[in-house]
Design a protein around this ligand. Structure first.
Ligand SMILES: [Zn+2]
Length: 264
């Protein structure tokens, strides 16, 4: 499978500190041509940009993950606003809502989510959205953004919702990114939903170092493992793996855009 893009990996994670060059070599050998390394805090945004400046196959985002808001200092948001101007930045996030980990008061998560949406809009960048056990609130905030400003350029990362949620997200302009969970034995409902999605709205990602796909479940995840998720999605959509790679790469360019394709 050639020309895949891993649209969501956390390569600044300490689990990659010792062997990132080897991880990138394995990704290339597996057919991954580009990886977007996704930030989770202000320091992580700076670290992700530094990685993208060092390695041509990497691009970065800047943002504060909902679960990391409590440890964000008073200058963190200003730092994000400055970092988002950097050349290797192709998106804002990851941001969103999370009721599973009870680390940040929900009202504060909402406030930061809205801020990220605004920042992305102002800079003509896509937004990378995390949603865990908070679908109704997420849809409410996205609808209010959509009603005021029109289609939202962005990605529902590691999508695990049902067909109705997928349709609501697509109707607002969003792309659906599928991760390793798609391959899990207990994910039949998600596979059913994925099989119904239009080809021009799907993306693949690893969310490395988390949630390694079958048959590597339980191991540290890394971008090379995306081939298993991509093969699974291709089968569900009834297309050859090569066509899936071609289409998801095209979709990644559509949503991550101009800077992304120019600097490849
Ligand atoms: Zn993530």
């Amino acid at each position: 499978m050639a020309g895949l893009i891993d649209t969501h990996a956390h390569l600044d994670d300490e689990q990659f500190a010792a062997d990132l060059p080897a991880v990138l070599d394995r990704a290339r050998a597996a057919g991954v041509e580009t990886i977007i390394t996704i930030a989770t805090s202000a320091p992580s945004s700076a670290a992700s940009i530094a990685l993208a400046e060092r390695h041509a196959m990497l691009f970065a985002t800047a943002g504060i993950h909902p679960n990391n808001i409590p440890e964000a200092g008073p200058t963190a948001w200003d730092a994000i606003c400055a970092l988002v101007e950097k050349e290797r930045i192709v998106g804002v996030g990851e941001t969103g809502l999370d009721r599973h980990w009870d680390t940040t008061p929900f009202a504060v998560q909402e406030e930061y989510f809205v801020r990220h949406l605004e920042l992305a809009r102002q800079h003509h960048l896509p937004v990378v959205i995390h949603c865990r056990e908070a679908e109704a609130d997420m849809l409410r905030i996205l609808r209010s953004e959509f009603d005021r400003h029109g289609p939202i350029r962005g990605v529902m990362h590691s999508f695990v919702g049902d067909a109705a949620l997928a349709e609501a997200c697509r109707a607002m302009g969003l792309y659906l990114s599928f991760a390793g969970m798609l391959t899990y034995k207990n994910a039949a409902a998600l596979r059913q939903t994925a099989s119904q999605q239009p080809l021009d709205r799907v993306l693949v990602e690893t969310d490395s170092p988390y949630l390694s796909p079958v048959p590597l479940r339980g191991k540290r995840n890394e971008p090379a493992h995306i081939v298993h998720t991509a093969a699974c999605l291709a089968e569900l959509l009834g297309i050859p793996p090569e066509r899936l790679a071609e289409q998801t790469t095209k979709n990644a360019f559509s949503v991550f855009g101009f800077r992304f394709s120019v600097f490849r």
